[in-house]
Design a protein around this ligand. Structure first.
Ligand code: GCO
Length: 488
């Protein structure tokens, strides 16, 4: 074909590029306990995850966050990786027991110094720091006083938020209070597969309320501490819930699980109260006496952005009396790396069977890949709730990828996963959803909670023997997406 003919063909072909709005924020995320290591340095005290990991048999392979990806020492190298990928923003979390070892009272300046250095390094490369205050590493000292089961923890969280804002508020504009309160409450206090490893459904509901209350109090504390431009958010793990069949029993089960997984968190935050049907559904577990007069107003303190963490959809049905309990019982995303058989259901999942949708590809976590679920979720938030800008604060996938002899990591499945989810993100924007940015989970391979180091979510490969980093093909692909502000 002559040059002119091929030019003409190209001009006539539909534009295959999905271009994102100007100013769309491209990022990647990590969390303190998953990457930092250095658990005993510069005055950091134990967190509930240190304690949990020390319990035999709860984390695959006996792995712990003791060294993790050594980000505490290698943050400068990691910021350089971010610069090479071209990230606009880096979402990280602050370790509460580094900043306030006992969870109350005096601040440990040396602990805050680390985040000060990290933020400076980011800012000097033109990367926006996006700070999460709580990504599950509660100071053990607070757990010893009742943890999230105790109302006082919510007040302590607001004090801690203020201390961090005092120090970093001049350079950090985007703040997330709590990451995935569903996981912290239910996996930690009912299913027992996350720290603090408790199996008390009633307690898990109280913990969920106190996490939300802590969020609201922290929003108020941040508003009064931060001057200048800033935006406040919370990150929820949300998943569209589908009934396995259209039988009445399955549909009602789907309503119940949607209530506990999605609406129990979205509605107090955006509508000012817990859904009436959820309150009713779990009356047998709690009288909701932990919700004090005025709490729901605090929880609904206005936020500027809602963070959506999406990985996989959820399909449920009413349990058949004869059905064998599934290993992943009770988790929308199976979460238990070790205690597979014994995983207890979380609050309110009695009589529920979680199905794996047939015919969909799975990630190394066993999670079904369904990009359309992200679109449905975004549309629902847009249509059913008061207007609020959204951000995809986590999306990504684990695959068993390793470096070849030349240190290259080919991860075509991850590229496909990310591309398909970005296409749905774009479609949602086209449909009118006010979506401001997208954060890949994760920048680095890291400590995947009870799965340990066996599950790799990074777009950067980490060799945990020598801490060597190699950008995977997905990172190079993401670099091109960011540079073009478009997905091919
Ligand atoms: C979460 C956390 C991350 C996880 C990721 C993959 O959503 O559980 O925010 O810490 O590593 O989701 O499971």
């Amino acid at each position: 074909m002559s040059a002119t003919a091929s030019d003409r063909a190209a001009a006539e072909a539909p534009d295959e590029r999905l271009t994102f709005p100007d100013g769309f924020l491209w990022g990647a995320g990590t969390a303190a306990y998953q990457v930092e290591g250095a658990i005993g340095e510069d005055g950091r005290a134990a967190s509930i995850w240190d304690t949990f990991c020390a319990r035999p048999g709860v984390v695959c392979n006996g792995d712990t966050g003791e060294i993790a990806a050594d980000h505490y020492h290698r943050y400068a190298e990691d910021v350089e990786l971010m610069r090479r990928i071209g990230l606009d923003a880096y979402r990280f979390s602050v370790s509460w027991p580094r900043v306030q070892p006992t969870g109350a009272g005096p601040v440990n300046a040396a602990g805050l110094d680390f985040y000060d250095r990290l933020v400076d390094a980011l800012v000097s490369c033109g990367i926006d720091p996006v700070l999460t205050l709580y990504h599950w590493d509660l100071p053990q000292a607070l757990q010893d006083r009742g943890g999230w089961g105790a109302r006082d923890t919510a007040a302590r969280f607001a004090d801690y938020a203020e201390a961090v804002a005092d120090r970093l508020g001049d350079r950090v504009a985007l703040w997330t209070t709590v990451n995935e309160p569903w996981c912290a409450a239910f996996l930690g206090h009912a299913a027992g597969v996350h720290a603090p490893g408790l199996t008390d459904p009633a307690l898990s509901l109280r913990a969920a309320h106190h996490l939300l209350l802590g969020h609201g109090l922290a929003v108020q504390a941040l508003r009064s501490t931060l001057s200048g431009d800033h935006e406040l958010s919370v990150a929820l793990n949300l998943s569209p819930v589908t009934a396995a069949t259209d039988s009445e029993a399955d549909s009602d089960t789907a309503r119940r699980i949607d209530g506990l997984l999605n609406r129990m968190f979205i509605e107090p935050l955006l509508l000012g109260g817990y859904p009436a049907d959820v309150r009713e559904d779990i009356r047998h577990l709690t009288d909701w006496g932990f919700v004090h007069e005025g709490d729901e107003r605090v929880i609904a303190s206005p936020i500027d952005l809602l963070g959506v963490n999406y990985y996989t959809p959820t399909t449920v049905g009413a349990a058949k009396p004869s059905s064998v309990p599934r290993p992943w019982a009770g988790a929308a995303r199976p979460r238990s790396g070790v205690t597979e058989k014994g995983a207890s259901p979380w609050a309110g999942t009695d009589g529920v069977e979680f199905h794996q949708p047939e015919g969909l590809p799975r990630t190394a976590m066993g999670w079904a890949v369904q990009p359309r679920g992200l679109y449905e979720l975004l549309l629902r938030l847009h249509e059913d709730y008061p207007p609020i800008p959204l951000i995809i604060s986590e999306n990504g996938a684990a695959y068993d990828d390793g470096a070849d002899d030349l240190g290259r990591v080919h991860d075509p499945q991850r590229v496909r996963y990310l591309r398909a989810h970005l296409a749905m993100t774009h479609e949602a924007i086209t449909a009118g959803v006010d979506l401001r940015g997208y954060f890949v989970w994760s920048l680095l391979d890291n400590f995947e909670w009870s799965f340990g180091y066996g599950k790799r979510f990074g777009i950067t490969h980490v060799d945990f023997e020598n801490q060597r980093r190699s950008l995977k093909d997905s990172a190079l692909w993401y670099r091109d997406v960011i540079a073009a502000n478009a997905v091919a």
